[in-house]
Design a binder for this molecule. Structure first.
Ligand code: ZN
Length: 393
C-alpha cells in the first residue's frame, strides 16, 4: 500500500514520506475551507483569499498530522522501539514501528503520545484564534479556529477503542497490564477494531444515502480500512506468537548468489543463467559492501542495447527501497515490514556492515509453515544449494 511514497526528509533517523494520495487530502480540505468553511466564518472577502487561506490551513493540518506521528515515534524510541518510517496518506498518518513495545506501560505511552500531541495543537490553535479574534482579520482567525477544532476531533477519533487506532493500542496496553497476556489483549483490541470499522462504515453509508453528504464516503473508506487492518492484525497474531524467539539468522539463506555491482547487466545475466534458479540477488560493491537488490524482472526493463553498457548497481534498488535487518532481529519483526514478493524482493541481512545472508519469500514461507507444524527451523545459515549449483556447472 505504501510502496510508492515520496520521501520528504528525515527526522532523527526516521524517514518521513508522503503517499501521493496526500495530495487528494490537501485538495479536498482546501476546497472544503475555501468554498464552505471560510466564507461562512469571514464573509465578504475575495475568492482568492479564501483559497490562499484554505491552502495554508490545509497544509497546517497535514503538518499537525505529522507532529502527531512524530510524537508516537519520539516516545517509541525512548522505549527502545525503533521507528522505521512515517508515512502520510489519504486516511492520515502511520508511524511504522520495528518490533513490539516491550511492556504494557511502553505500549500505552507510545499510543497516547499521538492524541496528546493533537490535543495540544488543537487547544493552542483554538486558544490562539480566540485571543486573536479582535486583533487579526477574520479570515486567518477562521483558518486557525478550523485547525484547532480539526485537531481536537483528530485526537478524539484516534482515541476510539479499536486497533489499529491509537485508542485500540491503549485498550491493548490496559488489558495486557491487567491480565498479563499480550497476545490475548492484542486479539481483543483487533476484534474491537473490526466492530468499530463496521460501525463507522455503516454510519458513513447512512450519511451518504440519507443526508446526501459526500463526507460519508470518507467515513466508509475509513471504516473499511479499519476492518481490513484489524482483521490482518488479528490473523497475524498467532503467527507472531509462533515465531517468537526465532531470529532472522535461523531462517536466512547465508550463501545467496551475489550480483557484483560493477559488472555489466549482460555479464551478470550470463552468470545468473548458470548460477541456480534465483530471480532476485543482493548487489555488492567491489569491497563487499551490500548496495541493494536487483531482480531479473528489473534487468528485463532495461533496453536490450543498453545491457552491455549499464552496470548492475545502476539498475539496483537501493536505500529506502530495500529492507535491511540485522541477523539477530526477530523474524516476527519482518511481518510489519511488508512481505517480500516472490521473485521480486529480498530482505538483506547484515552483520558488522557486511552481508550475512538474505531472506526471500520462500525462506519466510518455509519458517511460517514449519512453525505451523510445531517445528522450529534449525538449519543455521539456510540453504546451501545455490553454491552447489555453482560448483557443479
Ligand atoms: Zn496516532
Amino acid at each position: 500500500m505504501f510502496r510508492t511514497a515520496i520521501p520528504l526528509g528525515r527526522w532523527a533517523g526516521v524517514v518521513v514520506r508522503a503517499h501521493w494520495s496526500v495530495l487528494v487530502v490537501l485538495f479536498l480540505i482546501t476546497d472544503l475551507l475555501a468554498s464552505a468553511v471560510l466564507p461562512q466564518a469571514a464573509p465578504g472577502a475575495e475568492s482568492l483569499w479564501y483559497w490562499v487561506t484554505g491552502g495554508l490551513t490545509a497544509t497546517g493540518f497535514l503538518a499537525s498530522l505529522l507532529l502527531h506521528e512524530l510524537s508516537h515515534a519520539a516516545v517509541a524510541r525512548r522505549h527502545g522501539v525503533k521507528v522505521r518510517r512515517i508515512t502520510l496518506w489519504i486516511l492520515g498518518g502511520a508511524a511504522e514501528l520495528e518490533g513490539e513495545p516491550p511492556t504494557p506501560k511502553a505500549d500505552f505511552l507510545i499510543a497516547v503520545a499521538g492524541p496528546l500531541a493533537s490535543l495540544l495543537i488543537g487547544g493552542t490553535a483554538l486558544g490562539g484564534a480566540v485571543l486573536a479574534a479582535g486583533a487579526l482579520p477574520p479570515l486567518p482567525v477562521g483558518g486557525l479556529a478550523w485547525l484547532g477544532v480539526s485537531n481536537l476531533l483528530l485526537a478524539v477519533f484516534n482515541l476510539l477503542p479499536g486497533a489499529p487506532l491509537d485508542g485500540g493500542r491503549i485498550l491493548r496496553a490496559v488489558i495486557w497490564w491487567r491480565r498479563g497476556d499480550r497476545a490475548r489483549a492484542g486479539a481483543i483490541a483487533d476484534r474491537s477494531g473490526q466492530v468499530l470499522g463496521a460501525v463507522l462504515a455503516v454510519a458513513g453509508l447512512a450519511q451518504l444515502l440519507f443526508l446526501g453528504q459526500f463526507t460519508g464516503l470518507w467515513l466508509v473508506l475509513l471504516g473499511w480500512f479499519l476492518i481490513f487492518a484489524a482483521q490482518a492484525e488479528f490473523a497475524a497474531g498467532p503467527l507472531r506468537e509462533r515465531l517468537a524467539g526465532l531470529r532472522v539468522r535461523d531462517i536466512m539463506n547465508s550463501s545467496p548468489v551475489i550480483a557484483p555491482g560493477w559488472w555489466t547487466v549482460d555479464a551478470f545475466a550470463e552468470f545468473a543463467a548458470g548460477a541456480g534458479h534465483e530471480r532476485v540477488f543482493p548487489v555488492m560493491s567491489f569491497d563487499g559492501v551490500p548496495l541493494g537488490i536487483v531482480s531479473l524482472g528489473e534487468l528485463i526493463k532495461l533496453p536490450a542495447d543498453a545491457r552491455h553498457a549499464t552496470r548492475v548497481v545502476d539498475v539496483a534498488r537501493k536505500d529506502q527501497a530495500v529492507t535491511v535487518v540485522g541477523a539477530d532481529a526477530e523474524v516476527a519483526s519482518l511481518i510489519d515490514r511488508g512481505f517480500p514478493r516472490s521473485g521480486r524482493d529480498l530482505v538483506l541481512v547484515t552483520q558488522a556492515g557486511g552481508l550475512a545472508g538474505v531472506v526471500g519469500a520462500d525462506d519466510l514461507a518455509w519458517a511460517f509453515e514449519l512453525t505451523a507444524l510445531d517445528h522450529r527451523p534449525r538449519i543455521a545459515g539456510g540453504r546451501t544449494s545455490t553454491f552447489d549449483h555453482q560448483s557443479v556447472t
